[in-house]
Each structure stands twice: as C-alpha cells, then as structure tokens.
Ligand binder design. Structure first.
Ligand code: HSE
Length: 445
C-alpha cells in the first residue's frame, strides 16, 4: 500500500484496560507507525477509563490519561469511543453518550449488543455515525463483517457455529483426560473466560453472540429471539465420556435457521445453543482449543466457513482495531454499514417453537438404563443402548423433537436417574445391541 502525505490525528477514548483493552493499547503502540504510514491516521489515546488507577499495568500511559471517573471519561473530547469493559453498565451509558454526541462507538461487548444493539444502531444512524461490534462475536474471526456487509443481500438460510472459545477449550482438555476444574482454571489463566465462567459453559455467552448473528442475518430482534439454550453444565465430564463411547466428540454448537413454515406465517427462525455429539472427523469436531468456527449456508452448494481464534486479548483487540480503523478512516467509505439499514425489520422473521427432529444421546445412572428405556418406549420413542461409561449407561433415541423427549427427561430427573443429554449427529452410531424398531413419532407433540 502506498504512503499517504497528510496525517490526521484521531483522539481515542477507551473504556476498560483489562485483558482486551490492554492488548488494544499494545496494538496501537506496535502498529501505530504502520497505520500512520499506510492510512494517514495517528490514533492518540486521550483518556482510558479504569476501575483502579493505581493497579500495576503491562502497558504505559502518559500522565493524566488514566481516569476512574466515569463522568470525566464521558466528557472527554474524543473522536471515537471504544468500550472493552463488558457487561451492560456502564457500557450502555458510554455507548449512548458517545453516539448522542455523533461519535462512532466501537465495542467488544456481546451482552450490550445482544440487549441494546438495535437501539444503539438506530441512535447511531440518526446521528450519522455507526456502532461497530466485530469484536463482540467470535473474537478475531471477522464473521460480523461477512454477515453484515458481504452477505447482507444473500438469502442466508442457516448459521451454525462454535462461538465460545472457553467452552471449546474446556471440552478439548476434557477429551485429553483433564479435570473440569483444572480446564476452567487454565482457560481463565489464558484470558479466555468471562468474569463469570459459568456464562461460557452454560451457553449464555454463545447465545448472546448467536442472537447478534440472527439479528444481522434474519432481522430477528436479539431481545426476542426464542432460543433453546442448554450448556455443558452440570454434566460436562459425563457428556464428554458419553460422546467418546458413542464414537464422536462433544461440542457446544450455536445455530439459527430460517425457513418458511407455511406461506401465511412467512419466515420463522429456529435457534439453539446446545451440546452436540459430532462425528470425530467433521470440521466442528476437529475445532479444538479456543478456536471458533462458523458455517454460513447462503443457499450455495457449499457453506461459507470461517474459523480462527475466538477468545483472548490479542485476537479480540485485533478485531477492535480493525473496527477502529473502519470507523475513523476513509476505508469506511468503501465498506459502509448502510446495508444494515436495508435489513428486514424485526417483524419480518418471527420466532417459533423448535420442531426440528434429532437423535439424542442420553446418559442415565447405570442401574436405571432399563427403566429409562421403557419410559422412552411409553412415550413412543425408540431408544437403543449405545454403551456404558463409569456410572452411566447411554441410550440413543430415534429422531424426535426436543419437546418430545423433554417430558421423559423431566420424569427421569425426578426419579434420580440424573439424565445427561446431547444432540447426536454422528454418521456411524456405535450401538452395542440391535436398536429397537424406530417408531413413527408425532413431531412437536
Ligand atoms: N469468554 C469468551 C469466549 C470470550 O470464551 O468465547 C470471547 O467472547
């Protein structure tokens, strides 16, 4: 790229200097000269909002840059506001203050965008700027750009992904025989996990990211997306062992899919975040560690697939920096977010009860396998024995909807069978006895 002659100084106000914020500061130091040379922009850190000024830091700041005073931060004369704090408040207040002043807002905050993204984008459009949130979904993988800009006019049918790096990292370590607590502690040590790692493991973090993608792809309001969410807790270790016994690998998969249910209803969207046992050789099963992977089905013979580092300070800061550049340089003129305004409104695609049918892998306490099987049979659901692991027997059901198996699972739970359940998508099932004949089941009953 050629050098530019004039340098424009862009004053940056950054909220948060933790794992992600400090990496953004480092990236601005390290990449600043190249950005200035190639794009003619010098990013100048005007103010950085932190919780405790006196805390030791791995990056240096000019005197007076750090502040713990939110009002002083909001009053900063800055050209762009970046938020890397996480959570709803004070992130929302910062976003609204920045956009109301006509300043672009850049964030890594999925909780904020899932809850308030629609309103923030409306506010931004009214002020002639934009809210940028590439870093909020899949860390360093540029999936928001792809869905928001590149594919916006294409008929996206389905998005499926591993959207939480911590959970995938933990599952990978469990496959190698590590204990759950140790795996979580290691994810925290590496800066992948949320402040409350339960958000990673129970699917809430992935659900927020999925809601953002479903909004961009289908126009469903993130706040009203009906989503079936089941994480890997409390049965992570049992499910991981059960997946191996069934010949596959366990992954937490987020997916949303639009389809025409009937002409009168228009499009409907199904969405779920849940553990799925996948064939060991499939791309999602081979996604290990904190890597994220997203497959976008836009009606072409093959899905568009994106994969890369989905968690951690460096990749997330790289996504923030890319947005910062887009928000404040002429590059924005070539990659406008106007496409977003043309997306269907939230009413276009309604939510509905999930009627998709799947096979399910179900673990129950070893002594209760026969009983569990007969309860499924009573409900008209064939279940074959798939194997045994320490303390558990594993059943594989015929393909049925979640609403069919949920009541049986509840009754087993009530009777102390401790059912652990994952969707099953292995091609070759390792069934250790002849399966019961598959019974036709009323879907959605
Ligand atoms: N805790 C998140 C994850 C960070 O593990 O994916 C990136 O959003």
């Amino acid at each position: 790229m050629s050098e530019v002659n004039h340098t424009k100084t862009v004053r940056v106000a950054l909220a948060g200097c933790g794992v992600v914020g400090s990496e953004l500061v480092r990236a601005l130091h390290v990449q600043g000269p190249r950005i200035e040379m190639e794009l003619g922009v010098r990013f100048q850190l005007e103010r950085v909002l932190v919780r405790r000024i006196e805390r030791p830091r791995t990056v240096a700041f000019a005197p007076g840059v750090l502040t713990a005073d939110l009002d002083a931060f909001l009053a900063t004369e800055a050209d762009v506001f970046v938020e890397a704090i996480g959570g709803l408040e004070p992130a929302q207040r910062i976003a609204r203050a920045a956009l109301s002043k006509g300043r672009p807002f850049v964030t890594a905050n999925k909780v904020l965008i899932a809850a308030e993204g629609e309103d923030l984008c409306s506010l931004a459009r009214a002020r002639g700027v934009d809210a940028h949130f590439e870093a909020a979904v899949a860390g360093g993988v540029p999936v928001v750009r792809v869905v928001r800009e590149y594919l916006c006019r294409g008929p996206i049918r389905r998005i499926r992904g591993i959207l939480n790096g911590t959970c995938n990292f933990v599952l990978t370590l469990l496959e190698r025989g590590e204990r759950l607590e140790d795996a979580i502690a290691e994810a925290q040590r590496r800066g992948f996990a949320e402040a409350d790692p339960a958000r990673d493991l129970d699917g809430r973090d992935a659900a927020d990211k999925l809601a953002i993608l479903a909004w961009l792809a289908f126009g469903v309001s993130p706040r009203s997306l009906a989503l079936r969410r089941r994480g890997i807790l409390p049965d992570a270790e049992r499910l991981s062992r059960g997946a191996s016994a069934a010949g596959g690998r366990l992954r937490l998969i987020a997916e949303c899919e639009a389809f025409a249910e009937c002409e009168a209803d228009g499009e409907v969207v199904s969405a779920s975040v849940e553990p799925i046992v996948l064939a060991s050789e499939s791309p999602f099963a081979r996604t290990v560690g904190e890597e994220n992977r997203i497959a976008i089905d836009a009606g072409w013979p093959w899905p568009i697939e994106l994969a890369g580092p989905g968690a951690g300070g460096v990749p997330t800061a790289a996504a923030l920096l890319a947005d910062l550049i887009q928000a404040t340089t002429s590059r924005a003129a070539f990659a406008p977010h106007v496409a977003f305004a043309a997306l269907p409104t939230a009413d276009h695609a309604s939510n509905h009860v999930d009627l998709r049918v799947h096979a399910w892998l179900i673990g129950v306490r070893a002594g209760l396998v026969r009983e569990a099987r007969s309860r499924f049979a009573d409900a008209g659901i064939a279940a074959a024995l798939a194997g045994a692991t320490i303390g558990d027997g594993w059943l594989i059901t015929a393909p049925v909807s979640w609403s069919c198996i949920a009541p049986v699972l509840r009754s087993l739970e009530a009777d102390g069978a401790r059912p652990a359940v994952a969707r099953l998508e292995t091609e070759e099932l390792r069934v250790v006895e002849e399966p019961l004949p598959l019974i036709a089941v009323a879907v959605g009953g």
